[in-house]
Every structure is written in structure tokens, then in C-alpha cells.
Ligand binder design. Structure first.
Ligand code: PMP
Ligand code: GLN
Length: 380
């Protein structure tokens, strides 16, 4: 057949995890925890199975879970989504993002993507026949930031959507109130939609507040907001998340969703809904990961890596120009095979493979795993 995605190969995460396994490297590449989730969570899922929650749920998601999500979002961000018409449970954030793009983008529509960008965005835009228009983040003394004047300059009559991601993978950057104002200024008076990837919403450090677009009524009125239970509850393999959007957008989302997956597995939805009754797990997440971030950063202080700021997510980016002038992919492979610590080249998050001499480590690991990695990284 003629490929719909001729430029796409196997993802960098899959490749680096395979290389790490082959070489017995500590895997700080692909983002996932190496520790167990709270055992109460799988117990609640098992209970749901035993209590007979095993047939198709509603296409939009189990009502108990949609209510739990709406309540959580309202409590934290002060925006009330209607659980029946404005929230849909999805197969992870990935499916939510792709479905939002497929339901909104017509052939020839432009979608502004801020790079470095998570790898699923641009292929999804291309499958819809859309045109990704990239704007590169600026890297200064305070880390990565979005040059909103360049985003504004990228808007044309064909722009249909702006895709944002905060806290940001891979840079760890966190958008602030001023960023949201700048975004609002750009879209005001246009019909441009916003797709906001907020899968790391509960991983923001040093007391900084997560600026969900739904905190901002002007933005929420035109936004799909996406999150993932995989990140929040340490269960990336469960592949369950959700999208929230105003009812007219959700009508279109569900038209695609119902013929893409129809619905997401029932017992997990009931188990997660029960688990969400207690807000502690997500309220404690910033402190939990901030400690790991600090442990990892402190361990790298004496090394030849230069640390970039890490305000959110479970990723730490580092410059390695004090060590090597290799290209990022080559350096990440060398780290994996020779130093036995896997990392992800940040160039993989740029369409044109822009080189910055920076790689990304994931610190969502047991303290022992981080200690072993740090011992190896400090020896370089
Ligand atoms: N967006 C971003 C920025 C991510 O880092 C990830 C997880 N790697 C996803 C979306 C996908 O989330 P999920 O595993 O729930 O599909
Ligand atoms: N989001 C994860 C990361 O950035 C990877 C998920 C995947 O492998 N698709 O590392």
C-alpha cells in the first residue's frame, strides 16, 4: 500500500527502551515509573470486575467516572464541565489527542504545534489531512519558553487549531498566567480551537500553579483539555485518560470516538472512579516527584552535565556539551550502550530534528534506580 505516513518509523521511546534492555542499561529514557502503584487502586478495579462491571460501558464513559472527573476539575480549576455532555473517557491521552484532531481538522487546515513537541501530534494532524505549522520554543537562562509573538505571526486564515502542552514534555516547562493571556490575545475574535495536552497537570513543583486552560473561561470555551490517569496514578500501561470540552465540540469528538474505540474498558473506569473519591493521591504528587527531581538534580550537580530548569513533568533535560560534541541521537545511544543509562534525544521532538546538544532523563524511578544511574553518569 501507499503509506499515509511515509516519514514515520518506530517511535524513539520504543527504540530506546529496546536498546536499554539489550544492553542492560538503567532506563531513564521512555517516561514511565519503575515502581508500583498504590495497591488500593488495582484492588478497586478487581472489586469492580467481581461486582459484575464487565460489559460495555456507555460510549462516553461510565457515568461515575465522568462525574468524578467533573468534580475534580471543578474543585481544582473552578470550571464546571457537564459530566454527561462535556467529558469523555478515552484510551489514554494519545487517543484523546488524535480523536480531537481528527474531529476538528479538515484537509488543508493548519495546526500550530510548538516544538519540541510530543511525537504523536504531527502524525495525527497529517492523518487528518492537516498541515502542522511549527513554532520553536526559545531556550534562555530561565529555560524554555513559548515565543507568543511568533505564534501570533504563524496564524493565517487557514489556522484551525493551536496545540499546547503544559507541563511540557520534554522540557519540563510550565506555562504561567501571562502565557495564557498571550494565548487568549491571539485567539480572541478568531475561530481557532485550542487542544491542550495537560497529562502532567499534577506534576508542577516549587509551589507553581498549573494553568489549565479551563481556568480561563475565554480559552475553555474553545478548548479540548486532555489528561491521563496513567501519569497521575503511576499506571501508564492502563491506557486510560479523558478529554473535556464544551458540548458542541464534544458532540463532534464523540462522532469520531464511537467509531474509533467505541468505549474504554468498564472495570477500570469503575475502579478509578472509586479511587478518585480521595484527592490525596494527586494532591501529594507534586511533593512526591519534587523530592525525586531534587534527588536527581543534586546527584548531577558535580557531573559534567549542565542542568536545565525542571519546573514540571517527570523529565530533566541536560546539556552535554561539556562531555561530547556528538549529535543527540548518537550521544543517547552511546549513553545507553557504554554508560548503561538510557536517555531520549530532544531532537526527536522536532520535525526537522533540530540539534541542541540536550537529552532528556525520566526521574519517575525508585530512589535506588536513580542512585545507580547517578553513579554511572557521575563517572563520565
Ligand atoms: N502527551 C504527552 C505530553 C505525553 O508525555 C504522553 C505520555 N508519554 C501522552 C500524551 C500520552 O499519554 P497516554 O499514555 O495516556 O496515552
Ligand atoms: N510519553 C512517554 C515519554 O515521553 C512515552 C510514551 C510512549 O512510549 N509512547 O517518554
Amino acid at each position: 500500500l501507499t503509506s499515509r505516513l511515509p516519514a514515520v518509523g518506530t517511535t524513539v521511546f520504543t527504540r530506546m527502551s529496546a536498546l536499554a534492555q539489550e544492553h542492560g542499561a538503567v532506563n531513564l529514557g521512555q517516561g514511565f515509573p519503575d515502581f508500583a502503584c498504590d495497591p488500593a487502586l488495582p484492588d478497586m478495579v478487581a472489586d469492580a470486575m467481581r461486582h459484575g462491571f464487565n460489559q460495555y460501558p456507555m460510549m462516553s464513559g461510565a457515568p461515575v467516572l465522568r462525574h468524578a472527573i467533573a468534580n475534580k476539575v471543578a474543585a481544582i480549576y473552578g470550571h464546571q464541565y457537564h459530566p454527561d455532555t462535556e467529558i469523555t473517557v478515552t484510551c489514554g491521552a494519545t487517543q484523546a489527542l488524535t480523536t480531537a484532531i481528527l474531529c476538528a481538522i479538515h484537509p488543508g487546515d493548519e495546526v500550530i504545534v510548538i516544538e519540541p513537541a510530543y511525537d504523536s501530534y504531527q502524525p495525527a494532524i497529517e492523518l487528518a489531512g492537516g498541515i502542522p505549522v511549527t513554532v520553536a520554543m526559545t531556550l534562555g537562562g530561565n529555560g524554555y519558553s513559548v515565543p507568543w509573538d511568533q505564534v501570533q505571526a504563524a496564524v493565517t486564515a487557514k489556522t484551525r487549531m493551536i496545540l499546547i502542552n503544559t507541563p511540557h514534555n520534554p522540557t519540563g516547562a510550565v506555562l504561567r498566567e501571562a502565557d495564557m493571556q498571550a494565548l487568549a490575545d491571539i485567539v480572541r475574535g478568531t475561530d481557532v480551537l485550542i487542544l491542550s495536552d495537560e497529562v502532567y497537570e499534577h506534576m508542577v513543583y516549587d509551589g507553581v500553579r498549573h494553568e489549565s486552560v479551563c481556568r480561563h473561561p475565554e480559552l475553555a470555551a474553545r478548548a479540548f483539555v486532555v489528561s491521563s490517569f496513567g501519569k497521575t496514578y503511576h499506571v501508564t500501561g492502563w491506557k486510560i485518560g479523558y478529554v473535556a470540552a464544551p458540548a458542541p465540540l464534544m458532540v463532534e469528538f464523540r462522532k469520531v470516538h464511537q467509531y474509533n474505540v467505541f468505549s474504554i474498558n468498564t472495570p477500570m473506569q469503575h475502579g478509578i472512579a472509586s479511587y478518585m473519591a480521595d484527592p490525596k493521591p494527586y494532591l501529594e504528587l507534586p511533593a512526591f516527584y519534587q523530592r525525586k527531581r531534587d534527588l536527581f538534580r543534586n546527584g548531577l550537580q558535580g557531573s559534567r552535565f549542565t542542568l536545565l530548569p525542571a519546573d514540571g513533568t517527570y523529565f530533566q533535560c541536560v546539556r552535554y556539551d561539556g562531555i561530547s560534541d556528538m549529535r543527540e541521537a548518537e550521544f543517547a545511544e552511546w549513553l545507553t550502550t557504554e554508560v548503561k543509562v538510557a536517555a531520549i534525544p530532544v531532537s526527536a521532538f522536532y520535525r526537522q530534528g533540530k540539534e541542541s546538544g540536550i537529552v532528556r532523563f525520566c526521574f519517575a524511578k525508585k530512589d535506588d534506580t536513580l542512585a545507580l544511574a547517578l553513579e554511572r553518569l557521575a563517572r563520565i
